[in-house]
Design a protein. Structure first.
Length: 291
């Protein structure tokens, strides 16, 4: 477990309807520092809070569905969580990248110099011959083409080429998450007018396909979208809940992390207006996804 601020026992008792500001702050700080919901529930239990009371408060403070918090409170339900990159910069395996923007709700980090220009060009060259119309996963877990997602794309297998392997290792080191927790690196190519409409990357537990898509690796917990070129106009990544648009710039990336049901993690690949847009996306799972 990562270091967390002390939760004072003196904060108990409290009424059912008010959450004391210190406790609210503590819940937020603990969640922000990368603790899973299950860790959080356990820490509260250790401090003397009742299970039902803790679930209610955590759901309210973090703005999560109660069902999500309940699922996370079951023993053994906890998967791993990524470590959010810390500003101002991180050096992984001799490569230094800068953390230029951080938000907490949703958890977003804008990363500059995630990839070198050569790495961006190399990924595009390796992906180009294998592009196909992108698909989405429907509510029953089936893959399909979708008018909401009109780009072309392809997936690399884990460690498929030396370049892919190097980038996967960099992401693993940066987020303190084994390479095995990643889905294969996805490359996407958008042309003018193409976009990826607002969506969540986590899988919706209320949909019938949920158990199929999470059978291997469990839930998605974080995404890294890396920009492989700079579109002439448009093509940023939008986070409408906080009015943030991350500019697509070659070599930069946006990392975001979420819990199941996190409404603030809504995001979109905004339409490319002029030029083209290439990205590489890495989705992380709470448990090993690769054998
Ligand atoms: O194209 C983008 O900027 C966002 C891509 C995205 O949301 C995804 O691949 O899940
Ligand atoms: Fe996405």
């Amino acid at each position: 477990m990562v270091r967390q601020p002390e939760l004072a026992h003196s904060l108990v008792p409290m009424s059912n309807h008010t959450i004391r500001p210190e406790l609210r702050e503590w819940i937020l700080a603990t969640a922000r520092s990368g603790h899973s919901l299950s860790d959080l529930m356990k820490l509260m239990k250790d401090a003397g809070y009742g299970g039902e009371q803790s679930r209610q408060m955590v759901a309210r403070v973090l703005n999560l569905p109660l069902a999500t918090v309940m699922a996370a409170s079951k023993p053994g339900s906890s998967g791993r969580r990524t470590r959010h990159p810390e500003p101002p910069q991180q050096t992984v395996d001799g490569h230094t990248l800068r953390v230029t923007i951080s938000t907490d709700k949703p958890v977003v980090r804008v990363l500059e110099n995630m990839l070198t220009a050569e790495e961006c060009e190399g990924l595009i060259a390796e992906a180009k011959p294998r592009l196909q119309r992108s698909q989405t996963v429907d509510v029953e877990g089936r893959h399909q083409t979708d008018e909401r997602r009109t780009s072309q794309g392809m997936f690399f297998r884990i460690g498929e080429t030396p370049l892919v392997q190097r980038i996967e290792q960099r992401i693993a080191d940066l987020l303190a998450m084994p390479v095995s927790h990643g889905e294969g690196l996805q490359i996407l190519h958008y042309q003018p007018g193409q976009e990826y409409e607002p969506h969540f990357d986590w899988f919706d537990p209320t949909q019938p396909g949920f158990s199929a898509v999470t059978a291997r690796g469990g839930q998605r917990i974080a995404s890294v979208v890396m920009y492989l070129n700079t579109p002439a106009e448009g093509g940023g990544t939008g986070f409408p809940s906080i009015g943030l648009t991350v500019t697509a710039m070659r070599g930069s990336a946006v990392y975001f992390a979420y819990e199941t049901g996190d409404q603030a993690s809504l995001h979109a690949g905004l339409p490319v207006i002029k030029g083209e847009k290439w990205i590489a996306t890495k989705w992380l799972r709470e448990r090993p996804y690769q054998a």
